[in-house]
Design a protein around this ligand. Structure first.
Ligand code: SF4
Length: 252
């Protein structure tokens, strides 16, 4: 889904493959990675059974991003597989799982019919005003206390209704074909979060940040290092989802 995971401890990929749903998918990191590394056609979904039980093989507390090489709520992911994946997450109660999707409709349909374990955060991803409005409108129907929003790749100004959202994560587009990330759009989101009292976290500013009419080119690592950012973007915010790890690990 998103191409840079230094904010999580590891990534769990029980599903590999997906296809585009909106303009945010244009330079999908997962598609490039899967097709280059395995030669597989990205549109052909694979249930990655080899790793399905990996979360149960560690006893350490971690924050784990779920399904970075596909979208868990793609319509081709069978319901019984989804049930199995959620059951693994329920049993791995020492881990905090972040499940993010661009398919808010199916996510809400699936999740609203069952109890979601306490160690799971569920998020929607969006890239512009239209996708944010549509997905957040669907997401609102889910009555759940740990909802987050990922704005990545942030492609322009966004007006947000943050009702029920407990964390916003912001990032630009990464990679050689990255589209511009206007830092003023990030600042607008940050300001909105501050006004609404919603914690935000800036993951990166993209490979092609634009500020005051100046375009910079940054590598993935440079973009994720806040020392390379204009001062107006600091502090980068807080990941309250990570803080919630202490609830499960017993540390403080
Ligand atoms: S939904 Fe995510 S994984 Fe699927 S094509 Fe779009 S960016 Fe890639």
């Amino acid at each position: 889904m998103v191409g840079e995971y230094s904010w999580c401890d590891w990534v769990w990929n029980p599903i590999i493959g997906c296809n585009s749903v909106s303009t945010g998918c244009l330079n999908c990191y997962a598609r490039t990675h899967v097709e280059r590394s395995s030669g597989r056609r990205f549109g052909k979904l694979l249930v990655n059974k080899q790793v399905l039980y990996d979360p149960l093989r560690t006893h350490k507390s971690h924050m784990v991003y779920v399904s970075a090489l596909g979208d868990l709520f793609h319509r081709k992911v069978p319901k019984d597989i989804l049930l199995e994946i959620f059951d693994v997450m329920r049993r791995a109660e020492h881990i905090v799982f972040l499940v993010s999707t661009r398919r808010a409709g199916r996510a809400v349909e699936f999740l609203s019919q069952r109890k979601i374990p306490d160690n799971i955060w569920v998020g929607v991803s969006a890239e512009d005003r239209e996708t944010a409005n549509n997905r957040l409108a669907s997401f609102k129907r889910l009555d759940f206390p740990r909802k987050f929003l990922v704005l990545e790749p942030l492609l322009g100004p966004i007006e947000l209704d943050l009702t029920g959202i407990k964390q916003v994560v912001i990032g630009g587009e990464l990679g050689p074909n990255a589209r511009p990330c206007y830092l003023v759009s990030i600042l607008d989101v940050v300001e909105h979060c501050r006004l609404e009292g919603v914690p935000y976290y800036i993951k990166n500013i993209g490979s092609f940040p634009v500020h005051n009419g100046i375009r910079y080119q940054l590598s993935e690592t440079e973009s994720s290092n806040s020392n390379n950012w204009p001062k107006i973007l600091r502090p980068r915010g807080q990941l309250v989802m990570r803080a919630s790890l202490h609830e499960y690990s017993g540390t403080s």
